[in-house]
Write a protein that binds this ligand. Structure first.
Ligand code: T4K
Length: 369
């Protein structure tokens, strides 16, 4: 019997008829991009949903990273994590800055606040942590170091849509925070992303920078880029916003089922919910201790693949091992022992709103032994 493939994720899709109705509106209006009415409506709806004061939509989750660094005039060295999607470090590189990697905390896979101070030099101007898998970083301690050395903090919150700590959005922390609305994320606009900021002046500046730097018809205030979200994706995003709470609850149920079944499996570690945190269940990473489990991570990964279960090794290999970055002194594996170990242990299990009981049984039968 040919079993259907179970992928690590699957996009949340709006109702096609409703989408068609909105497409008709766009067609009728003949306004398809450049801050159209759906773009404005989505920005407002997201501010309300995410409990943030200002947001600027982007065409993906990478360009807000680039633009945030540009807007804050970051130069020199930026402290970041090697345990992320490569876009985080690429954004630093694209701004002509030098990434400096620090190790991670195994309890949330975010930057280890204890390691930041040792990485600061007279050239350091910013810290770019990642809320990896949507698990909030230790934001208090990161901010304390940033304040002590007068550094900016830009959170890559690509995974942290809707995540709150004690009722407050993580997106409100640091100087700015970025989001990805890629198809593989909890909330998607096909491709898309956003930048969250604290004040209207900064939003204005960001809106200029994502539109070539244009401030009005004839004035260009800086070397901006074109990273505007169009009307079709904004409309799609408005519809998906209506579905995202239910989708997150379905993911929550998947996490509960995985945790119940894996709790007593020797050599498999996973995350529980953190106290006071509203999670979005964007990923379900497990960490395989080969000695205790009796099989390496890659052996389990291959076994799953043979069964048609396409987990992913996010984030292996570490960014610091890629050819562009491996020559940096901070990229040495001795500097990153925790990240190096975790990258060799991780498999993200299938996690999305569309998984059924049969799918979950197949995943778990492959792992539980
Ligand atoms: N910062 C962080 C921390 C990030 O994780 C990311 C992106 C970014 C920044 C940059 O944001 P964006 O510029 O991408 O908005 C994926 C995504 O492309 C990427 O957005 C994401 N992080 C990264 C962690 O994962 P791939 O190469 O693993 O995706 P892919 O195409 O292999 O898809 C994974 C699985 O998802 C497929 O096996 C099946 C399913 N899928 C995928 C797509 C695209 C679908 O079912 N339908 C689809 O349309 O990178």
């Amino acid at each position: 019997m040919n079993k259907e493939t179970i992928t690590v994720t699957s996009p949340l899709l709006p109702d096609l008829d409703e989408f068609h109705t909105l497409l008709k509106e766009i067609w009728d209006s003949k306004w398809v991009t450049n801050n159209g009415s759906f773009h404005k409506r989505l920005e407002q709806a997201l501010c309300e949903y995410l409990k943030v004061p200002y947001i600027s939509l982007f065409t993906n989750g990478t360009l807000p990273l680039l633009t945030s660094l540009q807007a804050l005039r970051i130069t020199g060295e930026v402290i970041t994590t090697p345990y992320s999607f490569v876009a985080t470090t690429h954004a630093i590189w694209w701004n002509g800055c030098k990434p400096v990697f620090v190790d991670i905390d195994p309890t949330n896979c975010g930057m280890d606040p204890d390691k930041i101070e040792a990485a600061i030099t007279p050239h350091t101007t910013a810290i770019m942590p990642v809320h990896c898998y949507g698990k909030p970083c230790d934001m208090e301690r990161i901010q304390a170091v940033a304040d002590k050395y007068n550094l900016k903090v830009i959170y890559d919150a690509a995974h942290a849509f809707g995540v709150e700590v004690d009722g407050e959005s993580v997106l409100n922390r640091g100087d700015m925070a970025t989001l990805s609305f890629h198809a593989t994320k909890v909330y998607n606009t096909l491709e898309g992303g956003a930048l969250v900021m604290h004040d209207a002046e900064t939003k204005k500046r960001i809106d200029y920078l994502k539109n070539f730097g244009f401030a009005g018809e004839t004035e260009v205030v800086g070397p901006g880029i074109n990273s505007k979200m169009d009307e079709v994706r904004s409309a799609y995003g408005l519809l998906n916003l209506k579905l995202v709470d239910d989708a997150i609850e379905m993911r929550h149920q998947v996490a509960i089922r995985y945790r119940e079944a894996l709790r007593d499996v020797k050599g498999i570690r996973f995350f529980d919910d953190m106290p006071g945190v509203k999670h979005n269940y964007s990923y379900f990473p497990i960490f395989v201790n080969a000695e205790e489990y009796g099989m390496t991570r890659d052996e389990l990964y291959s076994k799953m693949k043979e069964q048609g279960i396409l987990g992913r090794r996010y984030f292996y290999p570490l960014i610091s091992t890629f050819s562009t970055y491996c020559g940096l002194p901070s990229a040495a594996p001795e500097n990153l022992p925790v990240a190096t170990r975790i990258a060799n242990e991780v498999i993200c299990l299938p996690m999305h709103h569309g998984l059924n009981e049969g799918d979950l049984n197949r995943v778990l039968e492959t792992i539980v032994r």
